[in-house]
Design a protein around this ligand. Structure first.
Ligand code: 2P0
Length: 325
């Protein structure tokens, strides 16, 4: 009873920020992402009657208690779904800089959901798998699919209408996503805590909720018509708006560092010079830069010349979940 799955991570273009149910991981708003080809997690899960407890190895070392508890709590949900009480051995290799705003939890829980359910012999649709992955980490439900993906928030209290679906496959439109790595240290406020505090205390959160669904519609129109400029403008505005809600939280949350602002201003400069280039920032200091493949090289080299930039990793739209037998 063993299976291995590989999941790519994803970057949100229209952000998920805030939960309406913390146990079921139900979001306050719908979101939209691109699955990326360069960052992924490979996970093997084995269930056996001979295991007397769960164990989790992350990058070949035994995971910390915090990491292990998150994974085991998630396994409990999978076990309940499958009607089993077998213990498991999880072994994960994460090719994502952990907790630096590069959603490692997205690929991590997508791969864990896929490997665990396959190891238990469950035959699930992508929609069912997306709903299970969501209960490990919200953004994981989008990493089941390749290309451009929408997570519909749903309105039911049981979460049965809250899952992701592909809106355009990874081969249908190539764009470049440059991941700018500024700092790989652990962030101080987790996304989970950051969104909770924002929902509970920020007076700007209502403004977010009142406008985010319209942002999503605009982004979908831009994707369907392959209008890169329209997409870039709405993506950048949406990320700034999400960070503005956090600045209004009590106490305020600021994920940006000096280098973050340098990159933002650099993007503005490149745009003034006539290059179609835009940015998005998650719950961390690092910036993801969107540009057209024909401008990738010039944007890449100019970003590397900035003082606080440690590395730039070029990504393109990637595929959904894959299994190794
Ligand atoms: C996103 N983020 O849409 C947003 C934008 C960060 C900023 O989803 O609490 O690890 O496990 O559901 O999915 C990161 O948060 O949070 C995230 P939980 P998750 O990608």
């Amino acid at each position: 009873m063993k299976a291995t799955a590989i999941a790519n991570t994803n970057i949100a273009l229209i952000k998920y920020w805030g939960k309406r149910d913390e146990t079921l991981f139900l979001p306050m708003n719908s979101s939209l992402s691109i699955t990326l080809d360069s960052f992924f997690t490979v996970t093997t899960v084995e269930f056996s009657k001979s295991f007397y407890k769960d164990i989790f190895f992350l990058n070949e070392l035994q995971a910390t208690d915090k990491e292990s508890n998150k994974a085991f709590n998630f396994l409990n949900k999978v076990r309940e779904f499958a009607g089993t009480n077998l213990h498991a051995r999880i072994s994960s290799e994460n090719r994502v800089p952990t907790a630096a705003g590069f959603a490692s939890s997205a690929s991590g829980f997508a791969a864990l959901a896929a490997a665990a359910t396959r190891a238990l012999g469950l035959q699930l649709s992508e929609k069912e798998l997306s709903m299970i992955a969501r209960q490990g980490s919200g953004s994981a439900c989008r990493s089941i699919y390749g290309g451009f993906v929408e997570w519909q928030k749903g309105i039911r209290t049981d979460g049965k209408d809250s899952f992701a679906k592909q809106i355009l496959n990874e081969k249908a439109w190539d764009i470049s996503v440059l991941s700018v790595l500024l700092a790989a240290e652990q962030k101080k406020v987790s996304s989970t805590e950051g969104m909770k505090r924002t929902v509970e205390t920020s007076p700007f959160y209502t403004g977010w909720l009142n406008t985010v669904e319209k942002d999503l519609e605009e982004a979908k129109e831009a994707i369907n018509s392959r209008d890169f400029e329209k997409l870039g403008i709405i993506v950048e505005a949406n990320t700034m708006k999400m960070h503005a809600t956090m600045l209004g939280a009590k106490p305020p949350i600021l994920y940006w560092q000096r280098g973050t602002i340098d990159v933002i201003q650099h993007i503005h400069k490149l745009r003034s010079a006539g290059i179609y280039v835009y940015f998005t920032i998650d719950a961390g200091p690092n910036v993801k830069v969107l540009c057209l493949p024909e401008d990738e090289k010039i944007v890449y080299e100019s970003l590397l010349s900035l003082k606080d930039v440690q590395d730039v990793i070029i990504c393109h739209p990637g595929s959904g979940i894959k299994y190794f037998e």
